[in-house]
Write a protein that binds this ligand. Structure first.
Ligand SMILES: [Zn+2]
Length: 159
């Protein structure tokens, strides 16, 4: 029994956007085309317009969503570009994808980024730092500055 396009769209509207983007749309061209109106609605809600040269591309809103939203959770405020290659933003490395602040700070995400030779910008496009304080300067010069080590180093030296 063939499924009507309307019913299919209703099913899509009940799925999480990330599942539609990351699992359903890549499965086939037909599914990607069926999902495009869902992506378009999301892009419209955030006033994201496709570049003029791509406006006739059949999957333009899917592309837009993938480049503008957080790659992990699809949060629209993805202020932290992740770049390929050493030197990051200072070296003019290309943006591979973007992350929101909370995903960019997660240990698991940080591990994946470095495992793939990528670098997340320490300063977001909104001008805010990813980490307010990465480490503190030790008062007595016994440690490397990371507070987690402080107690063990002090104990080892019997101080
Ligand atoms: Zn996120």
């Amino acid at each position: 029994m063939p499924t009507s396009p309307l019913r299919f769209r209703q099913v899509l509207s009940h799925l999480p956007l990330s599942a539609v983007l990351l699992s359903l749309a890549p499965a086939s061209r037909k599914l990607a085309l069926a999902a495009e109106p869902t992506f378009e609605a999301f892009c419209r809600r955030h006033a994201w317009r496709p570049p003029r040269r791509l406006k006739d591309h059949p999957f333009v809103h899917r592309m837009l969503l993938r480049t503008r939203a957080c790659s992990v959770c699809l949060e629209p405020n993805a202020n932290f570009p992740v770049r390929r290659g050493a030197g990051g933003a200072a070296a003019g490395a290309a943006v591979a994808f973007r992350l929101c602040r909370s995903c960019a700070r997660r240990d698991k995400v940080q591990q994946q980024i470095s495992a793939h030779g990528l670098e997340v910008d320490a300063l977001g496009v909104d001008g805010k730092a990813l980490f307010a304080r990465q480490f503190h300067v030790p008062l007595f010069g016994h440690t490397n500055g990371f507070s987690s080590d402080l107690r063990s180093k002090l104990n080892a030296k019997g101080l």
